[in-house]
Design a protein. Structure first.
Length: 200
């Protein structure tokens, strides 16, 4: 199912930027940082930033000749936009999740948290993999953060560490598995049994 939030606006780029400023309303960003974090063209960013500033959705400040932008929490539609962004399920927008399989020998990849609109999640992404390419992981996270609109809280471990932690009924793993999650990759045959161990 397509992402409803993006369909409310004529451009996905605009939806991505609105999401970014609503989810990161505590700090300011230079235009270069906005470009880097959202993986969009500079000209496209500049055009939307100008529009947002004109309608007073964001503030612009200049320090040492450099312009910085920050969400205007006093914007007339700020509460409604923030609520809309928080309620939107970002999963359909995250096409980069399909690239997890290319990280290495991936045994398990689960999503929760921001992907499923579950703020109580222990993490947004849990990956169990061997021989992981750190460069590919970095690239994946950057793309996911651009699609989601905020920093991804992730945990990655190899097969041995995952087995050790599940055998020890590790609190983080158990909490993650007991909450809502979706499987992107699952080559762990007894995953449901692992989740039920703490309740026995």
């Amino acid at each position: 199912m397509p992402e409803i939030f993006s369909q409310l606006f004529e451009l996905k780029a605009k939806a991505r930027l609105i999401k970014f400023f609503m989810l990161n309303d505590k700090r300011e960003y230079s235009s270069q940082e906005v470009v880097q974090k959202n993986k969009m063209r500079s000209a496209q960013i500049a055009r939307e930033l100008h529009r947002f500033e004109k309608m007073k959705m964001i503030f612009a400040r200049t320090r040492k000749g450099k312009k910085y932008f920050q969400t205007n929490t006093g914007f007339i539609f700020y509460p409604e936009l923030k609520n809309l962004v928080v309620k939107s399920n970002t999963l359909p927008e995250c096409r980069s999740l399909s690239q997890i399989k290319n990280l290495g020998k991936v045994k398990l990849a689960l999503i929760s948290g921001v992907f499923l609109n579950y703020p109580k999640g222990r993490a947004d992404l849990l990956i169990v993999a061997d021989e992981v390419s750190r460069a590919k992981l970095k690239h994946l996270l950057e793309n996911l953060e651009a699609e989601v609109g905020k920093e991804i809280n992730y945990s990655i471990m190899d097969s041995d560490e995952f087995k050790y932690r599940t055998d020890m009924l590790d609190k983080f793993i158990m909490d993650f598995l007991e909450g809502p999650y979706e499987e992107i990759i699952c080559k762990v045959p007894n995953l449901k049994e692992i989740a039920n161990r703490r309740n026995k």
